[in-house]
Write a protein that binds this ligand. Structure first.
Ligand SMILES: NC(=O)c1ccc[n+]([C@@H]2O[C@H](COP(=O)([O-])OP(=O)(O)OC[C@H]3O[C@@H](n4cnc5c(N)ncnc54)[C@H](OP(=O)(O)O)[C@@H]3O)[C@@H](O)[C@H]2O)c1
Length: 346
């Protein structure tokens, strides 16, 4: 099969498009014929550049931390999946052979595309328990983007912040991927009031176009003052960050109201940020870091996408062979939305 292989960390040119042996599924695994895999700022671009050594990627590596496609073949002990079924996979998963449902597995785990071969390939083997069936009404490119961002955003807003209908949420990085997904979950799934905040008028407008009720450009406006004006001095119930921008987050933190919740799964703009502890305790604020997702939320995300409540924002779809160019585009800042690689495209 064709795949992207990294043998050393470095510039985008270390991403080599090569012929490699077809992977064979172990017990409890299925092999997916990939139609889409997303390109990510941290887990792909920073990892390739050698800046994510904390994650201990295993070289040589086929990167790509998610994929969508069809079941190509199944390994020993897999009975519940059929060849041709549309599926998606992402995230942390068992690294050794497993029972089909991963029941009682207590071996090592790791992310596809970091600790085991990933989605920048024509084929990938993954444990069946890490795979989600796709409903009708969603294509592979959209499915890969939903798989990548929706379960994390859903876990942050629904399970962690427990954002409720009628509450107000301040979404930072409103033109970013988790930001755009968060706006749609908060507005269209939960029914909260959404303030979309970003560092440019264009990205704020993007948040408004996705359904946010209000917008703030935190590079030209005082975010705390604006939030207080929009909330009649109450502040927001939830601050959804995922960036940790030290120039902006301290002021946004002061926009949290009584018993406010700050939730986050990212810190690429930091990681060190000054927090006003007086506001923290006087306002009884909770700060929760929560990466990852719950498997039970995956079908909810795909159902919301099929219903049109979550529209995945795709900027470009490119052939797998052009992975290095996709990385260069992300690094240049020319592309802010999602780039999806499609190994079936020539
Ligand atoms: N499944 C997931 O999506 C997932 C899971 C776990 C963790 N995370 C983490 O969550 C974070 C957000 O992911 P994402 O895909 O939403 O990111 P993204 O779309 O690449 O970026 C989000 C926003 O961050 C701001 N930004 C970009 N580079 C910056 C820099 N150097 N300094 C300060 N701000 C910067 C930009 O907003 P403005 O310029 O408008 O402020 C951008 O729109 C990442 O750290 C990621 O690793 C994501």
């Amino acid at each position: 099969m064709k795949a992207i292989v990294i043998r050393e960390f470095g510039p985008p040119d270390v991403l080599k498009y090569e012929d490699v042996p077809d992977p064979q599924p172990l017990a409890g695994e299925i092999r997916i014929r990939i139609h889409a895999a997303t390109v990510n700022r941290v887990l792909d671009v920073s990892l390739r550049a050698g800046k994510e050594t904390r994650r201990n990627p295993v070289l040589p590596l086929i990167p790509g931390v998610d994929c969508a496609g069809t079941v190509d073949t199944v390994g020993p002990g897999v009975t519940r999946w059929t060849v041709g079924q549309p599926v998606a996979a992402a995230g942390t998963m068992p690294l050794k052979p497993v029972p089909e449902d991963c029941e009682d597995y207590d071996g090592p785990e790791g992310m596809m595309g970091i600790k085991r071969p990933g989605g920048f390939a024509e084929l990938v083997c993954v444990p069946a328990c890490a795979v989600v069936p796709l409903p009708d009404g969603i294509d592979f490119h959209a499915a890969a983007v939903v798989m990548r961002h929706c379960p994390t955003a859903w876990n942050l807003l629904v399970n962690t912040a427990k954002l409720a209908r009628g509450e107000t949420v301040l979404i930072m990085g409103a033109g970013g991927n988790l930001g755009m997904t968060g706006i749609q979950i908060a507005r269209n799934v939960i029914g909260a009031t959404v303030i979309a905040a970003a560092g440019s008028d264009e990205r704020v407008q993007h948040g408004l176009d996705l359904g946010a009720d209000h917008g703030i450009n935190y590079n030209t406006q005082d975010i705390r003052a604006e939030v207080m004006r929009l909330t009649d001095g109450q502040g927001v119930n939830v601050l959804y960050d995922n960036i940790a921008n030290p120039k902006v987050l301290p002021q946004a933190f002061l926009a949290l109201g009584f018993r406010g919740r700050l939730v986050t799964a990212g810190a690429h703009g930091g990681p060190n940020v000054t927090i006003n502890f007086s506001h923290l305790y006087h306002s009884q604020i909770t700060i929760i870091g929560r990466p990852g997702h719950h498997a039970a939320d995956l079908p909810r995300c795909f159902a919301a996408a099929v219903e049109g409540k979550i529209k995945p924002q795709i900027e470009r779809i490119m052939p797998l062979a052009r992975a290095a160019e996709a990385h260069r585009l992300m690094e240049s800042g020319e592309v802010t939305g999602k780039i999806v690689l499609d190994p079936t495209m020539r």
